[in-house]
Design a protein around this ligand. Structure first.
Ligand SMILES: [Mn+2]
Length: 418
């Protein structure tokens, strides 16, 4: 990710104000219980700008009038850490991965001294001191203060003259446009997800519970080299599939029902997000097939409409209208205005380092963006929930379906289930 990270830092610095200082923290594994911790998952903005996947690191980007500087703060290795937890990232290694100069690497215990120097009129290497402090001010909800305010509470408290701004504004814009290195990882995540779905297809008919399906998927992606799941797998059979975020995955599979899978592998922090719907018996009933073909038709026609200049609003309106026409023809609803009874989410979202990735949904699509297209129909009274989701790249001339190798036509699915 070295070239990506170097380009991303330059692009970020081009978008923020001069006389500013940006601080991003890699994060830490949250505490679980007693001496146990949850897995560490790196702050995605930090990773985007560094390509480094290790806890506790701090990235400091200082932008003056004409020049700018990047600093990275690392943990010191001690004998205890090396013996008990394994060596922390060394400066040379961090330099190789991020492209940050060795001379600009510091240890975490040197952070406050360097920050103080930046803010000191007489000693600042930039001649002027920063006026703006950019932090990752993501709000989990309205009642919690952004984590960065406590992570960096010392400098926030000691320098009230710094105006706080949200680094996410620039990063949400930049992260919409995937670099070649990012696209490689997204494609790998999708290929691994395909391996997981192949494992599911080859075992589905011998399984009788949703949890076994989740296990088969995890087995397939782990064998294929996944970092893990990009998000909690949804393995929903029958009417469970009409609950959008169903996650119990513990119910017996209805023999003649459908199985809706919404899942994705993660590769170097990049997420795949795929939905497929399979007949548990190996063959769709006529009714299931009719509804499935309707969703597939809207999936394919919406993907065809993706190109530069098209807006999310247009894609949403198109898919809703197309699903409504099908739903009336299938007698799922009486009139098109009732479509929300059987389709109650939007057509897709940006995809990248986060599964529901950052991005600006009011902007028309542009080349380099990666998004999901995921129409569905949910008919609880018939115990049928169907969603078909692909991951697509907006190109200069139109669209490339990155998940085109993951089968979704009725004949292909029934053949794979024989
Ligand atoms: Mn999705």
């Amino acid at each position: 990710m070295k070239k990506h990270a170097m380009d991303a830092r330059q692009a970020y610095l081009d978008r923020v104000e001069p006389h500013s200082i940006t601080l991003l923290h890699a994060g830490e594994a949250p505490h679980k219980s007693l001496d146990q911790y949850y897995h560490f998952s790196v702050n995605r903005n930090f990773f985007y700008l560094t390509g480094l996947d290790a806890p506790k690191l701090i990235l400091m980007l200082v932008k003056g009038e004409k020049k700018h500087q990047t600093y990275l703060f690392l943990e010191r290795n001690t004998d205890f850490i090396i013996k008990w937890e394994g060596a922390r990232l060394e400066k040379e290694e961090a330099h190789q991965q991020s492209g940050i100069e060795l001379k600009d690497m510091r240890y975490l215990d040197e952070f406050e001294a360097l920050f103080n120097q930046m803010m000191n009129y007489a000693r600042s290497p930039f001649g002027t001191v920063p006026k703006t402090l950019y932090l990752d001010l993501y709000h989990v909800n309205a009642n919690t203060k952004p984590k960065a305010l406590s992570t960096f509470q010392t400098v926030v408290a000691h320098y009230p003259e710094l105006t706080q701004k949200n680094a996410n504004e620039a990063l949400a814009y930049l992260r919409m446009f995937k670099s070649p290195e990012e696209l490689d990882r997204l494609k790998e995540a999708i290929a691994i997800t395909q391996a997981g779905l192949d494992q599911v297809l080859s075992t589905l008919r011998s399984r009788d519970n949703e949890h076994q399906i989740e296990a088969e998927f995890n087995y397939g992606i782990t064998l294929a080299g996944a970092q893990g799941n990009a998000f909690d797998t949804i393995a929903a059979s029958g009417a469970n599939a009409t609950v959008l975020h169903y996650h119990h995955n513990n119910q017996p599979l209805p023999k003649d029902g459908l199985l809706l899978l919404d899942l994705g592998a993660s590769k170097e922090n990049y997420a795949a997000d795929i939905s497929r719907t399979y007949p548990i018996s190996g063959v769709f009933t006529d009714r299931q097939k009719a509804i499935y073909e309707a969703v597939l038709d809207v999936n394919k026609r919406t993907i065809e409409r993706v190109k530069p200049g098209v807006t999310w609003a247009e894609l949403n309106a198109f898919a809703k209208e197309a699903l409504a026409q099908h739903a009336v023809a299938l007698k799922l609803i009486d009139k098109e205005e009732d479509i929300l009874e059987v389709y109650y989410h939007s057509i897709g979202h940006f995809l990248g380092l986060d599964v529901h990735d950052v991005g600006l949904y009011h902007l028309p699509l542009q080349a380099g963006m990666v998004l999901t297209i995921e129409p569905g129909l949910y008919v609880s009274k018939e115990g049928i929930g169907i969603r078909i989701e692909d991951d697509v790249l907006v190109t200069e001339t139109g669209v490339e379906n990155l998940s085109r190798n993951l089968i979704k036509d009725v004949a292909d699915i029934e053949k794979a289930l024989q």
